[in-house]
Design a protein around this ligand. Structure first.
Ligand SMILES: CSCCC(=O)/C(O)=C/O
Ligand SMILES: [Fe+2]
Length: 177
């Protein structure tokens, strides 16, 4: 895992866009983002049990697996969105970027590779992209039935109950940069 401020410069979303300014793990934790490295799936099982996640599936985001819809899919994952559930992803192979919004609405880019697990809280604005190798194989954890419901950012999501609860939970935390 490597986290840093996104540079906001033009270029393909899959380029590193590394501003050179690192973000410490403590800052991710202030944003409510949990990161763990799990050398094998037993570590994921423990997290799933403790957070009462019953289901899981696997997704491979690559041109080989997705064919003609790959570029479209990668662009759709990169639309800024939130979910009304936590998002837990465990990287089984390859690598990818999760970008999360900071308290000041800047992008923090989190590069995950094999063995990395991330928990994004419900209500956090974020997006995902493969990196320049175009290959991410990930396990997705679900509390109940597998579903992926992104709510793209807009006026409605700013007023979303889960968004408001996310912001409320961050209130009073000394989130530093
Ligand atoms: C690598 S998992 C696919 C992306 C996804 O599920 C998501 O919600 C991104 O924010
Ligand atoms: Fe998401």
């Amino acid at each position: 895992m490597k986290a840093y401020w996104f540079d906001n410069l033009p270029g393909d979303q899959r380029e590193p866009h590394n501003s050179g300014r690192d973000v410490p793990a403590s800052y991710l934790s202030d944003l409510g983002v949990i990161y763990e490295h799990c050398a094998d799936v037993s570590g994921v099982d423990a997290i799933a049990t403790s957070r009462q996640y019953k289901n899981r599936d696997e997704i491979t985001v690559s041109p080989e697996k997705m064919g003609d819809i790959y570029e479209e899919k990668v662009k759709s994952f990169f639309h800024e969105h939130l979910h009304e559930d936590e998002e837990i992803r465990y990287i089984l192979d390859g690598a990818g970027y999760f970008d999360v919004r900071s308290e000041g609405d800047d992008w923090v880019r989190i590069w995950l590779e094999k063995g990395d697990l991330i928990v994004l809280p419900s209500g956090i604005y974020h997006r995902f992209t493969t990196d320049e190798k175009n290959y991410t194989k990930a396990m997705r954890l679900f509390k109940d039935e597998p579903k992926w419901t992104p709510l793209n950012r807009g006026d409605e999501t700013d007023g979303n109950q889960f968004r408001k609860e996310y912001l409320k939970a961050r209130e009073g935390l000394a989130v530093g940069q």
